[in-house]
Design a protein around this ligand. Sequence first.
Ligand SMILES: [Zn+2]
Length: 257
Amino acid sequence: MRKSDNRFFTLIELLVVIAIIAVLAGMLLPALSSARERGKSVTCLSDFKQLGLACQLYSNDNGDYLLPTELKFADSAAGNSAKHFGLYAGLEDRYLAPYLGVHPYATYGSIGVASNGKIYRTPMLCPSLQFKNVTINGYIMTYQLKAKEISSGSAVLIARKVVKIGSLKYPSDLFHISEGNSNCLMVDWDTVYTPDLNKACGSIDFRHRGSANLLFADAHAESRVRSNVPCKEHQGNDSYYSSFWATGKAQDLKYRF
Ligand SMILES: [Zn+2]
């Protein structure tokens, strides 16, 4: 046996092995981050299902009425401009809190800010969302379930009654809640993709690798890509008459989607 056969790896051989390992790791990492993101999306969808269950329980206890998108009322205590969004006000004890098990003072949805300034995390926190501003909750509701502005003292009780599930032609088509990326907590057929803080409506955030999770009026949740969300960009003004947006009460449905 020659003396050179007993040697260990040369430096070159070691570097080649390290380079091969680096290449393999480089190939695996994107797959791993993709799997991690898919996991977050599944967790988020599961949260939406829980939210759907809470909304369903709310409807059962409130004469079949869907959780409204916005409550707006003149209240001397809250001020004339006070807005109470169904989902977010829903975290107060008189709305969704009993069904979600969240802190009753968590009035700002995903991240709740109590009257003492303390921040509470609630089940409605998308794992893929990075919060920069606690006033942006990351969730958005349909404009079509926006409660009417009422100025009477008992407005809260009246404004809660917008649309009954039983009155809907296709409850499994009607969009209720999704993921948003603007300061506005409402979204409508003509502003789905336009994050514009000055507009009346916000936009859906397709934050899960091009998909967004959505909750429907029948309380089922699903993940959809942009092209599967009817909007002005796809159907023009006809999208207003889609069963995705129309409650079936204010207007006749032109097509199902
Ligand atoms: Zn999400």
